[in-house]
Design a protein around this ligand. Sequence first.
Ligand SMILES: *Cc1c(COP(=O)(O)O)cnc(C)c1O
Length: 367
Amino acid sequence: MKPDFPSFSTRPTVRINLQTIRENYEALKKRVGTAKIGASVKADAYGLGSVPVGKALYGAGCRIFFVATAGEGKILRDGIGPNAAIYVLSGPAPRDKGVLLGAKLKPVINSMGQARFWASVAREVNEPPYTAIHIDTGMNRLGMTAAEVTELGRDKKLWQALNPDWVMSHLACAPDADHPMNKKQLTEFRKAAAQLPLTPLSLANTAGIYLGKPYHFQMVRPGIGLYGGKATTKPDEEVSKSAVSLLAPILQIRELKKGETVGYNATFIASEDMRIAIVGAGYADGVPVRASNRGTAILHDMEVPIVGRVSMDFTALDVSKARLSVEIGGVAVFRGDNLEHEAEQLGTLNYELLTRLGQRCRRDYGR
Ligand SMILES: *Cc1c(COP(=O)(O)O)cnc(C)c1O
């Protein structure tokens, strides 16, 4: 079906279906039974807008959110109000103290250094926010080492000052259900948690949800699955539906003669007479330069190749084989159901293609 493009403009549009995001939330919730959902809305909800997305999820009943930085947390707090828990994954830093306390954000404690710093802050204030303790179980990104967990487990005063309401870890290889790392991390996580006072636990991201019940604990933390991106090597078994597309208006149509070239550096040479459409979205909007002469867009449900180098504001598409009429003001679609296919074509991740959607795009939430 031809996507409608309300009142033709040269500006690209990111269309975000909040209803689908809510449905994805419900579907994942159903999948995990009694476990809670902590929505990962870091990086502006993967480029989709943390406030509208946060509000939609809040409306669906979500009361726990994860962001990466204190600044992201503040924006979300101002958007969704005082009644949700917002955790800051990067942890507390001295300069963020005011923002964390002011916006009642809960820092994730990733090291004994962070633990001691935050305990000193918490002891100074009246109602310090709860925290989450992040244990590293093999990813070697953030999180306490096994030795630090032992030390924390023995320090009752420090634990009380931090007042954690969650103990969490993060999976490195969850997309591949057969990867031995999954079970290893699960075992490490249980072992580490056993050294700490009894606290609700959380391990799984979206892909971790599909590893099954033993990985769910009391909370799962999906991100990509809420936004319709596939997270595992078995996408057909996932419950999420695509919620995001990048719509680029067709600005000009050109007939090329054999031998003519397209775009900067003349990297594409027409091998026969052809017709191209210039669309109004370039690398500033989220069509990567790497898609030059490699990627595709969807036009009238048909995949059409990108020709020449993607430029900042424009991309050329080979529409010679388009069956339906290609008209100025029509729309070429990137992402959408094609998100994973595009990521594969470009040697990148669906995550990166979402988070790189440009600031310049109009964001259409269908309201
Ligand atoms: C980003 C992130 C998530 C969400 O991951 P998805 O793969 O998008 O579901 C969960 N937990 C942590 C610690 C993260 O950094």
